[in-house]
Ligand binder design. Structure first.
Ligand SMILES: *[C@@H]1O[C@H](CO)[C@@H](O)[C@H](O)[C@H]1NC(C)=O
Ligand SMILES: *[C@@H]1O[C@H](CO)[C@@H](O)[C@H](O)[C@H]1NC(C)=O
Ligand SMILES: *[C@@H]1O[C@H](CO)[C@@H](O)[C@H](O)[C@H]1NC(C)=O
Length: 203
């Protein structure tokens, strides 16, 4: 960290003032980090912002544990309580191991688990920040998709980032669009997750 920041600060003035090819060549010799910064060498395959290389529509079911005999069907629990800052559960952290289905029925066969957490992080409205892994272990899919981002619950749809994946979803990246399918107070909610991958190594 320390090394790279001192490195880039010493190279930056060159970058701003040099544009001719010979200077860039010299620059790449004395300042290799700047050279890779300027040259997009990454693979470009499957990258079309208008056309996902893979799409999955899945439903996430969350039943919050209340400690009143719901051990059997609860899938998430508050690990930290809300604070008294504002009226929107600021600070409450929920850890979940939720079933994920292909349709909107809680009792349908789970095709994956959603494992991770969300916490409320706005004083002025309900906003949850999610970070979780979709774990697939079926004949259809094996592997994981990692998703994180803000869930502004008052919006009709919310886009979260697909930041990576493993197995069938090796190095996947894209967008997971949330839509609240049902919301039953503190007991149960269901999200539709429309997952579009724009970076795929496996099709
Ligand atoms: C979970 O179980 C409890 C206790 O049986 C029940 O009252 C509740 O409705 C169940 N919740 C769901 C979402 O099925
Ligand atoms: C949260 O608050 C409730 C009620 O005030 C309490 O019973 C519970 O133990 C608290 N849970 C945690 C994780 O602090
Ligand atoms: C995946 O499923 C197989 C077969 O049911 C099981 O043996 C294995 O332990 C599972 N792996 C995980 C990570 O759940």
């Amino acid at each position: 960290m320390k090394h790279s920041s001192s490195h880039s600060s010493s190279c930056l003035p060159f970058l701003l003032t040099t544009t001719t090819p010979i200077f860039l060549l010299l620059l790449s010799l004395i300042c290799p980090a700047a050279a890779t910064w300027r040259t997009p060498t990454h693979h470009q395959h499957g990258r079309n912002p208008n056309k996902p290389c893979k799409q999955l529509v899945l439903y996430y079911h969350d039943i919050l544990f209340h400690g009143n005999g719901d051990q059997g069907n609860a899938t998430s629990a508050a690990a930290a309580n809300a604070t008294k800052l504002g009226d929107y559960k600021f600070g409450m952290l929920v850890v979940f191991d939720d079933p994920v289905t292909k349709d909107g029925h809680l009792k349908s066969k789970a095709v994956a688990r959603a494992q991770g957490f969300y916490f409320y992080d706005m004083k002025s409205t309900y906003n949850a920040w999610f970070a979780y892994t979709l774990v697939f272990n079926s004949t259809e899919h094996k592997g994981t998709i990692n998703i994180m981002g803000a869930d502004m619950m008052s919006e009709k749809t919310r886009d979260l980032s697909v930041v990576g994946g493993t197995g069938d979803f090796f190095m996947a990246r894209g967008i997971a669009t949330f839509r609240t399918d049902t919301f039953q107070g503190d007991n149960y909610f269901r999200l539709e997750m429309d997952i579009k991958l724009y970076d795929c190594y496996k099709y």
